[in-house]
Design a protein around this ligand. Structure first.
Ligand code: BES
Ligand code: MN
Ligand code: ZN
Length: 477
């Protein structure tokens, strides 16, 4: 897909679809102003369909030759915030996507380079499709050209880099667990290696030597062994900061012996959503080349059942010396993440963010549109919340008080891997905190946002690449 800025007006541009931004207050004036005489007909259609221009709602009208575009898609742009612009652009692109349109013209009002980037991200996310497993006849080509009208912006390269990275993360999540498992996930990371980006992978005996006992234990029930992936981006000059990302890469979560229900297991290929986000961000970073050293750590394992699967009551001894009792093999994400957090803590980084589809409790608390943010570091929280705002992604801070650590007290070892039903997302975060040392750290629980069961106005169901836009902005800020 190519994106170009165009001097054409909505009334003169040629395209399959014109996406015209409106607000509820200015609907009639905007239609008239942008579309002239034809605007009155669109206004009449709006009236007839009770269309009022609410955020990301669309009204599609055929022009039948009245304008150079074939169809007009009116879309509500809400308050014009990054989140609303992203939704509006995405909803318009979704209409084009569903019709198989090749050229989209976007008239969402004046944009600067920043908001043009957000719009670019929204369009690419809305037009996204994953249909490589569909019959050829059912597949549609992605929109080829996006023309941005009415804009002062000249450059959306930032947004395009993020959008491509987010699409990669979505592809990785959408691929079946039979295609993306620890070894192939590592291969995907390796494929991003450049002069500035190194990718190191540990497997087999190396993992034993390095005492990566969490992922080794979780991976025991699978025929496909675990991998530890360490991607490092180094800027040309001296780095301004050195930061790290840690992603959960459970390529399939059957629950282990604490087996999930069939319904609960169906979409558990999404359990590597955190690692997909890390790979996506690293791809964007390699393209945007910030003056920051960025480490991406991924713990990749399959949580399966088998003759050598780990058992309840087993005790893991970690690289940092702590011991963990397994009370539920379905709380495996934290076991895998703990290894990575130990390694990351050894590098003396200036900041560390982990991202994981960690708990059903976080889905219950925040749903699919908000990522849970857990940290005791107010500066990290402020920076991440600001980046999420700028990206237009939902992020909500949750409590992480030390006194809930009581719930994790072990019986035979130091701690156990579950803290009970109450505050389940928080106790999961506190578990992780046991493996972070001397590093400002925040934990993102994307169990809700990583994967959509139902298509929304601007996102097709499946993997979302959630937090790729936020984390990329956070690193660059
Ligand atoms: N991968 C799941 C969490 C999850 C749930 C992700 C729904 C996406 C959608 C995680 O490994 C898990 O099973 N967590 C358990 C923890 C419990 C046993 C303490 C959960 O949340 O039920
Ligand atoms: Mn699980
Ligand atoms: Zn899991």
């Amino acid at each position: 897909m190519t994106l170009r800025f165009s001097d054409h007006t909505p009334a003169t541009v040629e395209a399959d679809l014109l996406v015209l931004g409106v607000t509820t207050d200015t609907l009639a004036d905007r239609l008239q102003g942008a579309l002239g005489a034809f605007g009155a007909q669109v206004a009449a259609a709006a009236e007839a369909e009770s269309y009022t221009g609410k955020l990301a709602t669309t009204l599609v009208v055929r022009t039948l030759g009245a304008l150079p575009v074939r169809r007009v898609c009116v879309v509500g742009t809400g308050d014009g915030s990054p989140g609303d612009l992203r939704r509006a652009a995405g909803a318009g692109a979704m209409v084009a996507r569903n019709a198989g349109d090749q050229t989209i013209a976007l008239a969402l009002g004046a944009l600067d380079n920043t908001s043009a980037s957000t719009v670019a991200e929204g369009v690419i996310a809305g037009a996204y499709r994953f249909d490589r497993y569909k019959a050829a006849a059912a597949r549609k080509a992605a929109p080829e050209t996006v023309l941005v009208l009415e804009s002062d912006a000249a450059d959306a390269a930032f947004g395009l880099a993020i959008a491509k990275a987010q699409s990669l993360a979505r592809d990785l999540v959408n691929e079946p667990a039979d295609a993306i498992y620890p070894a192939t996930l590592a291969a995907q990371a390796r494929a991003l290696a450049t002069d500035r980006m190194t990718v190191e992978v540990w497997e087999g005996d190396k993992l034993v030597e390095e005492r990566m006992n969490g992922m080794l234990t979780v991976g025991k029930g699978s025929d496909r062994g675990p991998r530890f992936i360490h991607m490092t981006y180094r800027p040309a000059g001296t780095p301004r900061k050195r930061i790290g990302l840690v992603g959960k890469g459970v390529t399939f979560d059957a629950g282990g012996l604490s087996i999930k229900t069939a319904a609960g297991m169906l979409t558990m290929r999404c359990d590597m959503g955190g690692s997909a986000a890390v790979i996506g961000v690293m791809k964007a970073i390699a393209e945007l080349e910030p003056d920051v050293e960025v480490h991406g750590f991924i713990g990749a394992a399959e949580n399966m059942l088998g003759g050598s699967a780990c058992k309840l009551g087993d005790i893991i001894t970690y690289r940092n010396g702590k011991t963990v009792e397994i009370h539920n093999t379905d709380a495996e994400g934290r076991l895998v993440m703990a290894d990575c957090l130990c390694v990351a803590s050894e590098l003396g980084l200036d900041g560390l963010v982990d991202i994981a589809t960690l708990t059903g409790a976080c889905v219950v608390a925040l749903g699919e549109h908000y990522t849970g943010l857990f940290t005791q570091d107010d500066a990290m929280a402020t920076a991440l919340l600001a980046s999420a705002d700028a990206a237009g992604e939902g992020l909500w801070r949750m409590p992480l008080p030390d006194f809930y650590k009581d719930k994790l007290k072990g019986e035979w070892g130091d701690i156990k891997n579950v803290g009970g039903r109450a505050a389940g997302a928080t106790t999961a975060g506190l578990f992780l905190s046991e493996f972070v040392e001397n590093t400002p750290w925040a934990h993102l629980d994307i169990a809700g946002p990583a994967f959509l069961d139902k298509t929304t106005r601007h996102f097709v169901s499946g993997g979302t690449g959630a937090m790729v836009p936020t984390l990329t902005r956070w690193i660059l800020s």
